[in-house]
Ligand binder design. Structure first.
Ligand code: SAH
Ligand code: MG
Length: 195
């Protein structure tokens, strides 16, 4: 990968306050990707393509990332970034709301990375389970949401997001078919495997 272009993309994303994956979070995800050696990754929440670009380094030969984004401006920038790095063969962008796109997808993913609207995490989880390989891993970013999720403060204006993130955590930790680790890296990362 052309590191000059890559670093420019990262710098611009940070300047534009795009919530790209944090370095410590990426380190954890990269470790999982190295173990799993994925051929198919599903990402919910492309933004400008930064995380997908990072993950593409860990794809097996002929591997592909499907990534979903609904914001027109970000989509445009993501497409440009991916083109400039010549990663069009590896990263396929789906334009639109993940709530509508996910049910149209099929097939088996090694990794599902959830990094979009927090209020939709329980729905994303259901779809991720449907689309995941038996040995696959679901990784969800921002599950601790600045500490709101684990605090008892309920009056926050983001309470729908907080309620749904709590529901997500409850499901992945209490469902006997799943095994989940929640890490305090970045904004909170939930790593879920099937039993
Ligand atoms: N994964 C990216 C960051 C994603 S930020 C990275 O680490 O580089 C979250 C993105 O999800 C935003 O760009 C937002 O527009 C998008 N998003 C939020 N809800 C969505 C939905 N329901 N469908 C599609 N995209 C969504
Ligand atoms: Mg995130």
């Amino acid at each position: 990968m052309d590191l000059v272009i890559f670093n420019k993309i990262k710098k611009k994303a940070l300047e534009d306050h795009i919530p790209i994956i944090m370095d410590d979070t990426l380190e954890v995800v990269a470790k999982i990707l190295k173990e799993i050696k994925p051929t198919r990754i599903l990402e919910i929440g492309t933004a400008v393509g930064y995380s997908a670009i990072c993950f593409s380094e860990y794809l097996e030969k002929d591997g592909i990332i499907d990534t979903i984004e609904r914001d027109e401006e970000r989509l445009k920038e993501a497409k440009e970034n991916i083109k400039n790095l010549e990663l069009e063969d590896k990263i396929k962008i789906h334009s639109g709301d993940a709530v509508e796109i996910l049910p149209t997808l099929n097939g088996e993913y090694d990794i599902v990375f959830i990094d979009a609207a927090k209020g939709k995490y329980p729905f994303f989880l259901k779809e991720a389970q449907r689309l995941l390989k038996p040995q696959g891993v679901i990784i969800a970013d921002n599950v601790l949401y600045k500490g709101y999720v684990m605090s008892d403060y309920n009056k926050h204006k983001q309470r729908t997001a907080v309620r749904n993130l709590r529901e997500y955590i409850k499901e992945v930790t209490e469902n006997p078919n799943m095994e989940t680790e929640i890490l305090e890296v970045g904004d909170g990362l939930a790593i879920t495997k099937r039993r």
